[in-house]
Ligand binder design. Sequence first.
Ligand SMILES: *Cc1c(COP(=O)(O)O)cnc(C)c1O
Length: 432
Amino acid sequence: MPARSRLEVPRSEALHAEGRGLMPGGVSSPVRAYKAVGGTPLTIVSGSRARVTDADGHSYVDYVGAYGPLILGHAPLAVVEAIRNAAVRGTAYGAPTEGEIRLARLIASALPGVERVRFVVSGTEAAMTAARLARAATSRERIVAFEGGYHGHADSFLAKAGSGMLTLGIPASPGVTTATAGLTTLLPYNDAARLREFGRTRGREVAAVFVEPVAGNMGCIPPEPGFLEALREETSRWGALLVLDEVITGFRLAWGGWQVRAGIRPDLTLLGKVIGGGLPIAAVAGPAALMDRLAPEGPVYQAGTLSGNPIATAAGTATLEALRGAPPYEKLEARGRALAEGLREAAAGAGVEATVVQVGSLLTVFFCPGPVRDLPSASRSDRARFARFFHAMRERGVLLPPSPMECWFLSTAHGDTEIGETIAAAREAFKV
Ligand SMILES: *Cc1c(COP(=O)(O)O)cnc(C)c1O
């Protein structure tokens, strides 16, 4: 009796089993597979404001937030309307549109020094494009990035630090060539002294330094005072470009991005996530002198069938217009702080050693003593402890990103009710 077996297995689990027969791991992106926490990923059927609903009808306060884009929460009316209005006029044309111009203008108005924007489909492509552009502009080949940073999955960024004094990266994934990884150098985040030391001997080989101005892919780790300033100073001295990867932080931590808050002027900025309001779009942005090296204005090739897609630009424009119309950043900071403080108290009450790091609407609970300032310190977070916490929170109706080194993403839809529910759940979950 098939009807009965469907009742016995939760629908979310049955769907995941079916998906695994059709897609590697049953997912379209690996972190979704719950490898770090165990168990079966929930199949989500809908989202509304701060909550998502799974295939079994359970509702959760959602801190995954699609990993960053959903600063207004799920399905905000203005964005849904913009998508609807765009879709009925056609889904793609392979031609310039007014929608691209509107979104580019919003971005240029928010970021000092940005005169040109190239739209792409993903943050991966934005980083890949910036690397090519930087290599072309400097006639150099070396890329510098930081341990624990993430700039998408282009080969140049799937490198890890070599051992000892080796400054050449080694492949971080099978399939990445040693030649490509060898052109990438990984340095420790938040370590200006190490950066300067590297620069003295190798700085003049460097085309660009890529950095997340607030690290968001080893959990949330803010830059220490002077770190970004040292990066700006050193890259200028080397004749290298500074690329701020604001794919998470752009329009999330401030109108424009962290660079506006910190007063750091990069050579190129990478944007994604929030600028698409949940649809696939990302961008490289910078001054005309650099950006006009891109085809067709210049010789550096880059292209995309669905780049600047009219539905994506409509969703992004609606999102940015909402943020500009009623800047939520102070409110998000206050809510983030209230959540962080509640979580700290809950952990202390349960006798759990936790370090809660929060910057605006980004937050991570590290299950280790502080300070957390780089990849080695973040990696001390107790993975087994996090896995128990994750599942205990899920059972209590709170969905967290399923990895101990991931940011929780707050949205403007996370109100006092959701924050309160989350802290109440954490009081119990820390004890599990
Ligand atoms: C998500 C992310 C990327 C990659 O963006 P995709 O759209 O997933 O390719 C790049 N950089 C940072 C900082 C990110 O968080």
